[in-house]
Design a protein around this ligand. Structure first.
Ligand code: HEM
Length: 333
């Protein structure tokens, strides 16, 4: 209560934030939270964890990597830069949400969720190092990032809808449920992927790191089976969104999803048969992150309630700004 008051009090001294500016921040949040998964993965895969042996300086009293720290140091330093940018943004977003006019409770809660999640990631990251890259903690670190991405994608899509309220025709209910099921299967594939990693050579950067103890081939097989179910669902979805009256946004997300799932499955099989080379595993992590973002965006595009744009007397009408008005999903517009 006291902290909440304190945050509000601090926010009161800040300038008002327009919805457009807030949207730019949420979009930046999606990009940075996606990027940090990839840079964190590259640090793990290239054994660059101690590329910068000191903090906040990289090494030898220098802020930037050089000399014998050059390559691993550059990887670790790049990751530190992205982490710092994420840290600043996670603090700015809740404050900015409190300076929005009119203020929206859901946007504030989602922004605060990001901040809490970021603190959780900092603690989990510390524990992962403390417990010598325990695979459960490595997997938890990755999966918490996926939860943060869920939060920031919902925040971004909700903000975008406030800016463009008339972009929201309703979709058939069964299709919205299919999209939710698709996102659930994508989440299961991600979890199984982290178990495959935790059982294989890339869980940590040395052979001393303990593994989950499963047979990596068996886990990779189950992971690939679930991925094939996902490929089937994405294909079915691509046909369904073309056959039904759905928002153009949903069709666009579905195309991106087809591209990423096909690429991701290709990389998955290639890395499996080539003995998990580091470069392909890094691409697989990046592909998994993109695939998760597009699954969520598709789900949200298909779950949007029907909205019509009406002109109301008052300030909105005077400025010509559209005023959103929700209607039941079944009503003809
Ligand atoms: C198409 C959707 C797929 C998604 C979303 C996905 C996602 C993932 C994720 C998140 C990881 C863990 C990455 C990490 O923690 O470093 C992973 C690992 C892995 N995946 Fe996939 N995957 C997919 C398809 C496939 C397919 C079809 C195969 C084929 C066998 C495959 C093989 C593997 C293997 C072998 C690993 C362990 C790599 C390592 O040792 O680090 N994946 N996957």
């Amino acid at each position: 209560m006291g902290r909440r008051f304190g945050l509000r009090f601090q926010a009161m001294n800040l300038p008002q934030v327009s919805l457009q500016t807030f949207r730019r921040l949420t979009l930046l949040g999606v990009v940075l939270l996606g990027l940090i998964v990839v840079t964190g993965g590259v640090v793990r895969l290239t054994s660059s964890g101690l590329g910068c042996p000191t903090w906040p300086q990289c090494a030898d009293g220098s802020l930037v990597p050089h000399g014998r720290y050059a390559v691993h140091g550059a990887v670790e330093f790049g990751n530190r830069l992205v982490s710092a940018a994420v840290g600043v943004l996670m603090l700015v977003l809740p404050l900015a949400s409190l300076r929005l006019s009119p203020r929206r409770r859901d946007l504030t809660l989602l922004s605060l969720g990001l901040w809490v999640g970021f603190l959780g990631q900092a603690v989990l990251g510390g524990l992962t190092v403390l417990f010598k890259l325990n695979p459960g903690l490595v997997a938890g670190h990755f999966l918490l990032s996926m939860v943060l991405l869920l939060d920031v994608v919902v925040l971004d899509v909700r903000t975008a809808r406030l800016l463009h309220p008339s972009m929201r025709p309703a979709s058939p209910r069964w299709l919205a449920w299919l999209a939710r099921f698709l996102a659930l299967v994508a989440a299961v594939v991600l979890v199984l992927g982290t178990i495959a990693t935790g059982s294989g050579p890339h869980s940590g950067d040395s052979s001393d790191v303990v593994r989950f103890g499963f047979n990596v081939r068996d886990v990779a097989q189950v992971h690939a089976d679930a991925a094939m179910l996902l490929v089937g669902l994405v294909a079915a979805m691509a046909f369904a969104v073309r056959a039904q009256d759905v928002p153009g946004q949903a069709r666009r997300e579905s195309i991106w999803l087809v591209v990423t799932v096909v690429g991701q499955a290709g990389i998955g099989f290639a890395q499996y048969f080539l003995g998990v080379p580091v470069g392909l595993v890094g691409l697989h992590v990046a592909g998994a992150t993109l695939l998760w973002i597009f699954s969520l965006r598709l789900m949200l595009a298909l779950s949007a309630p029907r909205v019509v744009t009406v002109s109301l007397p008052g300030p909105a009408a005077q400025t010509g700004a559209p005023s959103p008005h929700r209607e039941p999903a079944s009503s003809p517009v």
